[in-house]
Design a protein. Structure first.
Length: 395
């Protein structure tokens, strides 16, 4: 109704304006009436509701900054700030946590120490939180820093998955594969499969790291390795284990050792023999004692840090030791004469490809397993058919 009255007032105002101009004799009364209708038109115009504008189309330039924020963000979602943390800063704090030294962390990130320090300091200011205790050497993360760094590792892992997912969807097997291998396996398994794998998949760049089991597990959890060849089971909930093969153990003895008269050795015969074993850093060392039903280091002549030193000390000490069968390929003809198999059931270790549960490079890892299986003895693929008794991993 008010809109109708307003339109009538507007029309009458226009008509009286024309009439007053045409018949100037009535100019004064006409202009008075014109003034009356103009006032009425203005009055009713203010009373008519105007259509609402969208918050996004209104001019808010005159509003305070906080009001503009809530108008443009009706659900109160936070806006990204120019001071938001970057993936590069997360890389830096993860690197410093890994290496615990500014110079080493900077070198690992291919930046100068000053750049790394400045970016970490900037992130601490933005978070209003100290991430590292710099008063200690080596530097260590604070309590809050430990939680933030752990989340940074998760964020970076998820970010890297984008490229990995794209590569996984490709019909061509390509990408980078960082592979960890334990020292008691690396020298003997790499020669079997690596050249063939690289020839079959030339667009896959393989990076090899030889480390102890504990170091490899730590790197797998921190996304510093894609996968690893390890003796399993490990009992790590965050890691997946795919069985590849089961490797038997053999007995290696010094010349003129009395057990050389036997064609096969029972584990019980080694219970009271002097042995050379690997140090505690190697899981194989614990497995050796387990095979011989030993619970301590009694009757252990020496401890070695590698397979080669193990054989050397066995010859010097006139005693015996255990070897994984793949390592027999590196023995001389004379050394082969002093190797004996175990009686059935044969003690053995399970070798698996281990990777983080969130790993997306499943296609490359699967092809790696297939190639390895092609070049190990086929009877090793099934421990039941080879009458082996796989031992549990010993930390």
């Amino acid at each position: 109704m008010m809109e109708v009255i307003r339109l009538h007032c507007s029309t009458m105002t226009d008509n009286f304006s024309v009439f007053a101009q045409k018949y100037y004799i009535f100019a004064i009364p006409g202009y008075l009436i014109l003034l009356l209708f103009t006032v009425m038109n203005a009055f009713f115009t203010q009373r008519v509701p105007q259509p609402m504008q969208s918050p996004c189309t209104q001019d808010h330039s005159s509003l305070p900054i906080d009001e503009t924020f809530f108008i443009n963000n009706p659900v109160n979602l936070p806006l990204f700030s120019e001071k938001s943390m970057t993936a590069q800063q997360l890389e830096y704090i993860v690197a410093l946590d890994t290496h615990r030294h500014f110079v080493t962390a900077a070198a690992a990130c291919y930046v100068t120490q000053s750049t790394l320090s400045a970016q970490i300091h900037k992130l601490e200011q933005e978070l209003n939180t100290i991430l590292f205790d710099r008063s200690r050497q080596p530097v260590v993360p604070t309590a809050a820093g430990t939680l933030i760094i752990e989340q940074a590792r998760v964020a970076l892992r998820e970010l890297r998955k984008i490229n990995d997912i794209v590569a996984e969807q490709s019909s061509v097997i390509r990408g980078t594969l960082s592979l960890g291998i334990i020292p008691t396996l690396a020298p003997y398994i790499l020669g079997l499969f690596l050249e063939q794998f690289r020839s079959r998949y030339p667009e896959v760049q393989v990076q090899i790291e030889e480390e102890t089991t504990s170091a490899i597990v730590r790197k797998l959890k921190h996304d510093q390795l894609d996968c690893a060849l390890l003796a399993t089971p490990l009992g790590e909930p965050s890691l997946m284990e795919d069985h590849v093969f089961t490797e038997p153990f053999v007995v290696y003895m010094a010349q003129s050792h009395p057990l050389l008269n036997l064609s096969a050795i029972s584990p019980q015969l080694l219970q009271n023999e002097e042995l050379v074993v690997l140090t505690e850093a190697h899981c194989f060392g614990g497995q050796m004692l387990n095979v011989c039903n030993r619970t301590d280091d009694r009757k252990v002549a020496f401890k070695a840090g590698s397979i080669e030193t193990l054989k050397c000390l066995t010859d010097i000490g006139k005693c015996a030791t255990l070897l994984p069968e793949l390592s027999v390929s590196a023995l001389t003809d004379d050394e082969l004469l002093r190797v004996r198999p175990f009686t059935v059931p044969t003690p053995a270790r399970t070798i698996s490809v281990v990777y983080h549960r969130s790993m997306v490079k499943r296609n490359i890892i699967e092809q790696l397993q297939n190639v390895i299986r092609e070049y190990v003895p086929q009877e090793w693929l099934n421990p039941q058919t080879m009458h082996a008794v796989p031992l549990r991993h010993q930390s």
